[in-house]
Design a protein around this ligand. Structure first.
Ligand SMILES: [Zn+2]
Ligand SMILES: [Zn+2]
Length: 322
């Protein structure tokens, strides 16, 4: 299952399997003159742990040789095995506010999951679908190691990864405090889920989150054009070079989706869930149901904040074109 490749100067990719529709996540091994670091950690399954150990063995190291692990964001395919890597001796780093949000998302009492259930209920998700969404998310908790003791880092901070200088860049949208790493000397962007080559990152509204995640995302995409990126190392899919070209494609995709959302909201007042199903007719799992409704809400909220739509109270909440 392991594919280990040299993808940028002194950087190797290890693809780790996922038990999801998205079949793998890339973690990146960064080699400096003072040792190895890793960016992201994979979801904790037996298969992924075996693939990680095999990927490390291919470059002649083991888990205890990793000095530092930087985690781009709180999703289980990125944060999942961080605890295991820390136990082997590495220091864990993550954008400070993302650590706090991770503790909410993965809280033992599932309070954010329950709040999301209530939010989706108000937006017209059928009860059985909402129950399935909640159960699938709670189940995900088992794939995430306990992650106490992560060291917070700040937007703009320059990290020393085994003697290499990589800058933390806050890239909100996919999650509120997602962060990428940029190495100026080589033009290498370790992009997490911010800029992906074939799929677009899920951007969604969640309880207690930032109010305009899609607006955040557009700003954070524009920021990528200013860095001088020569090579993008994404968490899903193959590395690529044309960052600006891909950013423009993603922006065009969302411009189209915003028009489609506006068209779907026109006419008879409809709930967010009804609009969601017009935009996403095929949903194959409880996770996809969640991503689709959260993303539809992000598009509708974006339009509302710019005076194009109005939210109408009621059960369920509906939308009116202004
Ligand atoms: Zn993600
Ligand atoms: Zn991911």
């Amino acid at each position: 299952m392991t594919s280990e490749q040299h993808v940028a100067p002194g950087v190797r990719r290890v693809a780790l399997p996922l038990p999801l529709a998205l079949r793998s996540v890339n973690v990146y091994l960064v080699e400096g003159n003072r040792g190895w670091s890793i960016v992201d950690s994979g979801m904790h399954t037996r298969e992924a742990e075996a693939a990680l150990r095999a990927g490390l063995a291919e470059v002649g190291i083991g888990l205890p040789d990793l000095r530092t692990a930087f985690i781009t964001h709180l999703h289980p395919d990125h944060l999942g095995m961080a605890g295991t890597i820390r136990e082997a001796g590495a220091e864990l780093l993550m954008h400070g506010p993302e650590i706090a949000r991770a503790h909410e998302v993965w809280a033992a009492d599932h309070r954010l999951i329950d709040a999301t259930y209530d939010l989706f209920d108000r937006h017209g998700m059928p009860r059985d679908v909402d129950e399935g969404m909640r159960a699938a998310w709670v189940e995900m908790n088992r794939r995430v190691d306990p992650f106490e003791g992560i060291h917070p880092v700040a937007d703009g901070e320059v990290l020393d990864l085994g003697g290499r200088a990589l800058t933390v860049v806050w890239t909100p949208g996919h999650t509120d405090h997602h962060a990428v790493l940029f190495e100026e000397s080589t033009g290498t962007l370790i992009a997490g889920d911010h800029v992906l080559p074939r799929i677009t990152s899920n951007v969604g509204v969640y309880p207690g989150g930032r109010p305009d995640p899609l607006g955040d995302f557009f700003g954070a995409l524009e920021k990528m054009k200013t860095l001088g990126v020569k090579r993008v190392l994404p968490a899903h899919g193959d590395p690529f070079d044309d960052c600006t070209g891909r950013v423009d494609e993603i922006l065009a995709h969302h411009a189209q989706r915003l028009e489609a959302a506006l068209a779907a909201a026109d006419g008879t007042p409809r709930s967010t869930y009804a609009i969601c199903r017009a935009l996403f007719p095929v949903l194959r799992s409880p996770h996809e149901e969640r991503f689709a409704l959260a993303e539809t809400l992000a598009h509708l909220r974006y339009l509302e904040l710019r005076g194009r739509l109005r939210e109408v109270e009621g059960r369920p909440i509906t939308w009116r074109v202004v």
